[in-house]
Design a protein around this ligand. Structure first.
Ligand SMILES: [Cu+2]
Length: 190
């Protein structure tokens, strides 16, 4: 019964995400690639790259969450993903790299989605939960980060896509995925 509820919850939200998404997304990976090379050629020193990673298994994730949810080869099955999350409050293959970094005010953070699912790179005042209640519950983040309640469709970074943020003046700045709330990068300024 519990598993059935989990699946229904995730499937419903996945359908919502797809519904909000913009129709041009599947064609974006090539645009994302261009953007990455442009950035690295003109301002390599200025840009701090952060990689958003996952290891979704397309066969099982798409069966549960809907076609196109996961686009990559092989990986962690959906049941294993839920089992790891239940056991560890995170799934290690779903992570930001690096989890912490030092940057200057004004420096650009370039978040690159190298996984097979959509992620967000959302600046938050405090870490918390995201938009999928069951993932918040299993990861031990019952209080939703306020910023995750105010996402727009463009905040979802598709596989191969990128997002950018500029480092502000605060000494500690936090960025998280509003889908998988354990995916975090803490930026310290100097
Ligand atoms: Cu994510």
């Amino acid at each position: 019964m519990r598993t059935g509820l989990v699946i229904v919850a995730l499937a419903g939200i996945s359908a919502g995400l797809i519904g909000c998404g913009n129709a041009s997304r599947p064609a974006e990976p090539s645009a994302g690639t261009t953007e990455i090379s442009d950035v690295s050629s003109d301002a390599n020193v200025q840009v701090r790259r952060i990689t958003m990673m996952d290891a979704c298994d397309p066969t099982t994730f798409n069966a549960v969450l809907g076609p196109g949810t996961c686009v990559r080869n092989g990986g962690v099955t959906f049941d294993n993903f839920i089992a790891q999350l239940t056991r560890n409050q995170k799934v290690g293959s779903w992570h930001n790299a690096p989890p912490t970094t030092i940057a200057r005010e004004g420096q650009t953070l370039l978040a690159i989605n190298q996984g097979g699912e959509a992620h967000t790179f959302t600046p938050v005042a405090e870490y918390g939960g995201g938009i999928i209640p069951i993932l918040n519950q299993l990861s031990g983040n019952p209080v939703v980060a306020e910023e995750c309640d105010n996402l727009s469709p463009g905040d979802f970074v598709p596989p191969g896509g990128t997002d950018e943020a500029v480092v502000g003046a605060e000494s500690v700045q936090r960025f998280m995925c509003c889908i998988h709330p354990w995916m975090r990068t803490t930026v310290q300024t100097h």
